[in-house]
Design a binder for this molecule. Structure first.
Ligand SMILES: [Zn+2]
Length: 462
């Protein structure tokens, strides 16, 4: 099969949605609902009274992270899975990179909600997530890359890749990437390196200069900082492909990153619940991977909003997740769906995500050092017993910490640990902030989502 044939086949596979739900999507939804009802006591109860044969997600009740975490044992479709066992597993740092119950990859990232969740995936589910995400992106890149010669750079650079991630925490990508970089080291080839977002920028620059990756992936905020280093000349690398995840940047930033590195920039809209939900196009729209992902932009009463209107929140259904089914799950993101066909030709619904701007933490002279969301995620991963966490910038060099401890843990020790770990994380990033212990609970967005970071803003925090 030629590359173009392969790309065409993938386009066909990915483009089955038009005005109505694609047939494939609707068949997969029917199967998932049936599976959930059969194997998950939580869904069996929730769907009592729902018709047997479901083809439209709108007939199903809504769920969210808090509800699923409360009903953790009943939610899963494997009766061996219990919250107690999962909590014990994730609080043991020795277990990072290992499989829970010998079969599940574990992710404890707090995502953007700040409410800590534990997500489990089998190898099969993970492979499916990888297939729907990477394959079309790489094929699309190669189609366009051949013309620009970037594909040649990838091959000449032997696909050497550098990933800068939140190491030390339980994260699905952590286990995959640490595993592949370790096996690379053992073989002596070492084509992947994994660096930590918590390493000082100067150290990241040094390691990247020495390694010279042709593929670079990290959170948008970190890539933005590295682009500035490249502009200054301290960083000197020539990646062909730069993959961004996590947070959204202003459109001008993507162009700058592309220009500074001379690389193609791929970015994805994802979350710990679905890893990747979309594929971005050259017009900067996120096209939902509709064969496996259903995204419903809805108002505050969970009624659909028309394309062209900013939604209050978004309901997510992940059609390949069987261990912990995610069906009509309130994600808290406000999205805007494009009302007209996208000029890129991708027929899948195209969305832009609101409120995912990158909030960077800076030194007093204005140099960006890291993203606030990453600091919050690292804190939630390192400190046991955080239920909700929020950082509020109350002055140029003052951060207020707002925290809700888990009821299972003694709250004073959660506070002490949080403040100590936060001080260390900031110092590691050459940041100096005075920390204040907040008395109010974390503030929610209009969509009911917990905002991890509220920057100092002249107009107030909204
Ligand atoms: Zn498009």
């Amino acid at each position: 099969m030629t590359l173009v044939n392969m790309a065409q086949r993938i386009n066909v596979l990915n483009g089955s949605t038009g005005e109505r739900l694609g047939e494939l999507q609707s068949r997969r939804l029917t199967e998932l609902v049936q599976f959930a009802r059969t194997h998950s006591p939580f869904y069996r109860g929730l769907y009592d009274g729902v018709p047997q044969h479901v083809t439209d997600p709108a007939v199903l009740p809504v769920t969210n992270k808090a509800v699923l975490m409360e009903d953790f044992d009943d939610w899963s479709t494997d009766r061996e899975i219990t919250r107690d066992a999962a909590e014990a597993f994730v609080s043991d740092p020795e277990m990072i990179g290992h499989k829970f119950l010998g079969k599940y990859l574990v992710s404890t990232t707090s995502g953007t909600s700040g409410y800590r969740g534990i997500f489990l995936m089998s190898e099969e589910e993970l492979a499916q997530a990888g297939r729907i995400n990477l394959l079309p992106q790489v094929v699309d890149f190669l189609k366009k890359g051949i013309v620009s010669g970037a594909a040649l750079r990838l091959v000449r650079g032997r696909l050497r890749s550098a990933s800068i991630i939140a190491t030390g925490a339980h994260h699905i990508l952590n286990s995959i990437r640490l595993r592949s970089s370790e096996s690379g080291r053992r073989k002596g080839s070492n084509r992947n390196i994994v660096l930590s977002v918590l390493q000082p920028v100067s150290e990241l620059v040094r390691e990247l200069n020495a390694f010279q990756p042709v593929m670079l992936s990290s959170y948008a905020g970190i890539i933005s900082i590295l682009a500035s280093e490249q502009e200054k000349g301290t960083l000197s690398i020539r990646p062909a492909l730069v993959a961004l995840t996590g947070e959204g940047l202003p459109t001008s930033e993507y162009a700058r990153i592309e220009r500074v590195f001379g690389a193609r920039v791929i970015d994805s809209y994802g979350c710990s619940e679905a890893i990747t939900m979309s594929r971005s196009c050259e017009h900067r729209w996120h096209h939902i991977l509709s064969d496996w992902i259903i995204v419903e932009p809805v108002d505050e009463d969970w009624r659909p909003v028309p394309p062209g209107t900013l939604s209050h929140t978004t309901l997510l259904t992940v059609l390949y997740r069987k261990t912990q089914p995610i069906i009509r799950y309130d994600l808290g993101d406000a999205v805007l769906q494009r009302p007209d066909p996208c000029p890129c030709g991708n027929p899948n619904p195209a969305v832009r995500v609101s409120g995912r701007a990158v909030d960077l933490l800076r030194t007093p002279d204005g140099a960006a050092k890291t993203s606030a969301a990453l600091v919050v995620e690292s804190l939630a991963a390192k400190v046991d017993g955080i239920r909700q966490l929020q950082l509020l910038q109350t002055g140029p060099a003052t951060l207020e910490v707002r925290l809700v401890p888990d009821h299972r843990v003694e709250s004073e020790s959660v506070w002490t640990n949080t403040l100590a770990v936060l001080a260390r994380l900031l110092a590691d990033n050459e940041l100096e902030y005075t920390l204040k212990r907040g008395t109010a609970p974390p503030e929610l967005s209009p969509g009911g989502k917990l905002r991890q970071f509220i920057p100092a803003a002249p107009s107030g925090s909204g």
